[in-house]
Write a protein that binds this ligand. Structure first.
Ligand code: 5CA
Length: 443
C-alpha cells in the first residue's frame, strides 16, 4: 500500500475524550471513529488489525476441531422467553419491535439460538461431540461504555458452543477450549492468564476468564507470580487427547489466579509472600461449562446408546475480538505510539522515502516495495511529499514492527537503514539484505 493512496486520518492532538492509552492511540492513528457512545466505525488501518486477530481466532478454532457458523445479529424474543433470559437479561439487552409488532432483540450472546439449531437437527448421541462457533457482532447496552473498543456497546466476539453426551465429555470440551485459547493469545503476542471467575448471567459452575495484566484493566486480580512464567509455545496438541488437554489445563490453572469475584483471602495466604500479586487485568476471553441449563430449558436432547432421551451437556466460550485490539495496544506501546506484535501487525514493514522525487531514492523504494510484495508481505510505503520528521512520527505512531529508511545519502554508499520499532535499533545494510531480513521475520 502506498500511503499517498491510503486513508489514514492521523490526529496530531490527543483526543480529550480518551482516558486510556489504547483508546488515545486508536483514535490518533486513525484506526476507528466513534459514531455513538460505545459504537465505532473501523477505518482501514483498524479493520486490518481486527481482521488479523479474527484470522488467528478462526485458525486456532479450526485446529481444535470446531465448526464455524454464522448466526444473525437480530433475533426473535420468543426463544429467549423459552430459556427465561428475556426477562433476566435486563437493560443490557437492546430490544425493539418489527413492523408486525413482534418483539426482537440484537444478540448479546447466542446460547439460545445455537441450541435451537441443535435441537432441530441432532437427535442421536452418534452425532456428538459437536462444537460450533461464530465470530459476529454483539450488542450490550452497557451502562458505562468506555475506553473505546475495550468496553463498547457494539463489539465483535467469537462465541463457541459445545454439545456433549456426558459431563466428562463436556469437561474435555472445556479443557480443549482452554488449551486452544492459550495458543490463540500467544500468537497475538499476549500473555493471557486463565483465572477462576464468576459466571454472571451466562450461568454455570465452572468458568475461567483470560486476563491480560495491565494497569488500565477493569478487573482486580490476585495471583501467584509463578503463573506469569508459564508459556505455551509451539507444543504439538492432539485436541482429541483427553489426558493431554487435562494435563495442560492443570498446568495453567492449578496455581492461584483469581478475579476479585472469586478471590479467597485464606487460600491466597498459602502462596509464598514474595509471589503474592494484586494487580489489574483486561478480560479478553471467558470459558463456561453450564451442564444442561439451556438444553433442559429448550428441550435439546439426544438418544443415548440405550435409546434413552437425555439432555446434552453444554458450555460456551467467548473471545473479545474487538477488545483484543485495545488490549494488545495496552500491552505494547511507548511514548511515540503503538508497537504491533508481528502476529497482528496491519502492515509487515514501513518504507520511508526521505527524499520523494529524487530519482534514485524513488527507484530504490519502488524496488523494495516490489520485492517485499512479491514475497507475500504487505509493506506500507510512505511516498508522500512530507518532511522526514513527520514521516517518522507517523510510522512510530502506527507501530509497524520494521521500517526501512531510504535516502540519497545512504544510497550513495549502497545502503538503507532497517529499524526495529520495538528496540529502536537501526542498522545500515544493502537493500537486498534488508529485504531478506524483513522476510525472515515473518516466514
Ligand atoms: N456466551 C458467553 C461465551 S461465548 C459470553 O458471552 N461470554 S462473555 O460475556 O464473557 O463475553 C466474551 C468476551 O467478550 C469477554 O471475555 C470480553 O473479552 C468480550 N466482551 C464482553 N463484553 C464486552 C464489551 N462490552 N465490549 C467489548 N468486549 C466485550
Amino acid at each position: 500500500m502506498r500511503l499517498s493512496r491510503y486513508f489514514l486520518p492521523v490526529l496530531k492532538e490527543n483526543p480529550a475524550e480518551a482516558q486510556i492509552v489504547s483508546h488515545r492511540l486508536m483514535l490518533r492513528s486513525g484506526m476507528i471513529k466513534q459514531s455513538a457512545a460505545g459504537i465505532y466505525s473501523w477505518l482501514p488501518l483498524g479493520l486490518k488489525v481486527l481482521e488479523k486477530i479474527e484470522d488467528i481466532v478462526h485458525e486456532e478454532q479450526k485446529k481444535a476441531g470446531h465448526l464455524a457458523i454464522l448466526m444473525p445479529t437480530i433475533q426473535s424474543a420468543d426463544l429467549w422467553r423459552e430459556s427465561g433470559r428475556y426477562d433476566d437479561y435486563g437493560e443490557e439487552m437492546l430490544r425493539f419491535k418489527d413492523r408486525h409488532d413482534r418483539d426482537m432483540l440484537f444478540t448479546p450472546t447466542a446460547e439460545e439460538l445455537v441450541t435451537d439449531i441443535f435441537r432441530g437437527h441432532v437427535t442421536s448421541y452418534k452425532d456428538l461431540p459437536l462444537t460450533m462457533y461464530q465470530i459476529q457482532w454483539k450488542f450490550r447496552d452497557e451502562r458505562r461504555p468506555r475506553f473505546g473498543v475495550m468496553r463498547g456497546r457494539e463489539f465483535y466476539m467469537k462465541d463457541g458452543y459445545n454439545f456433549d453426551l456426558t459431563k466428562e465429555d463436556a469437561l474435555h470440551a472445556y479443557n480443549r477450549h482452554l488449551v486452544s485459547y492459550l495458543r490463540t493469545y500467544e500468537r497475538m503476542g499476549l500473555q493471557a492468564i486463565p483465572m477462576r471467575a464468576d459466571s454472571g448471567p451466562i450461568g454455570g459452575d465452572d468458568t475461567h476468564e483470560f486476563l491480560v495484566l495491565a494497569e488500565t484493566g477493569e478487573s482486580e486480580v490476585f495471583y501467584d507470580s509463578a503463573v506469569t512464567d508459564l508459556t505455551f509455545g509451539d507444543r504439538e496438541i492432539d485436541f482429541d487427547d483427553v489426558v493431554q488437554c487435562q494435563s495442560i489445563m492443570e498446568e495453567f490453572t492449578t496455581k492461584y489466579a483469581r478475579t476479585d469475584e472469586t478471590h479467597d483471602a485464606a487460600l491466597f495466604a498459602d502462596v509464598p509472600e514474595e509471589r503474592r500479586k494484586v494487580a489489574r487485568g483486561i478480560e479478553v476471553g471467558q470459558i463456561f461449562y453450564f451442564g444442561t441449563k439451556y438444553s433442559e430449558a429448550l428441550g435439546a436432547s439426544v438418544q443415548d446408546a440405550e435409546g434413552k432421551k437425555v439432555p446434552v451437556h453444554m458450555g460456551s466460550h467467548g473471545i473479545g475480538v474487538s477488545r483484543l485490539v485495545g488490549a494488545i495496544i495496552e500491552a505494547s506501546h511507548d511514548d511515540k505510539g503503538i508497537i504491533w506484535p508481528e502476529g497482528v501487525t496491519p502492515f509487515h514493514c514501513g518504507i520511508v522515502n526521505l527524499k520523494q522525487g529524487d530519482d534514485e531514492a524513488d527507484a530504490a523504494c519502488e524496488n523494495l516495495y516490489k520485492h517485499l510484495t512479491k514475497a507475500g508481505l504487505e509493506p506500507l510505503y510512505d511516498d508522500r511529499n512530507e518532511r522526514a520528521g513527520g514521516k517518522f512520527a507517523t510510522m512510530d505512531l502506527i507501530g509497524l514492527p520494521w521500517r526501512i529508511t531510504v535516502g540519497p545519502r545512504g544510497l550513495k554508499n549502497g545502503v538503507v537503514e532497517l529499524t526495529s520499532r520495538k528496540t529502536g535499533v537501526s542498522e545500515e545494510m544493502s537493500p537486498e539484505v534488508a529485504i531478506k531480513k524483513v522476510i525472515a521475520q515473518y516466514c
